[in-house]
Design a protein around this ligand. Sequence first.
Ligand code: 6OG
Length: 158
Amino acid sequence: MHVKKLFTLVFIQKENEILLGLKKRGFGMNKWNGFGGKVEPNETIIDAAARELKEECCLIVKPGDLKNIAHLEFTFEGQPTLMDVRVFSTKIFEGTPKETEEMKPKWFDNDGVPFDDMWLDDKLWFPYLFQGKPFFGHFHYEGFDKILNYKIEEQVSM
Ligand code: 6OG
């Protein structure tokens, strides 16, 4: 049995660009990723997603504008935790991305995403994100640099 921990992950998109942040500390340090973190007790997932985005890059989104596009699960060989990550995207936001203690934000062209400096799973599922296809993914890692097995299933809706 795994102990589930709930996380959010938000991708801000323009027509042909995506905003990523370089994680400056903690889990996933030195990797580019969307913006997100742990859902606090007594907080809805969508409120947590908007809060983490603001804390990490100072952008404001209305929770209602966040579209739930994926559900990701991560497990790590020999570890009890299952990271249950709810992924959102939106093109509607206010403000200009600003660097914070946690993240250094940068816009990337959709065909210039820096997969070599991202979690290994990202290159497997970004095509679904770019095509706007909702999906469920489970990835089982050994350490942080090897995926032992995974599955990705397209969903009719999230
Ligand atoms: P904090 O520890 O900063 O939240 N996350 C992952 N994202 C991707 N793309 N791949 C993974 O593969 C990930 N594992 C965790 C979820 C961690 C943030 O990092 C995401 C959260 O948004 C293993 O509070």
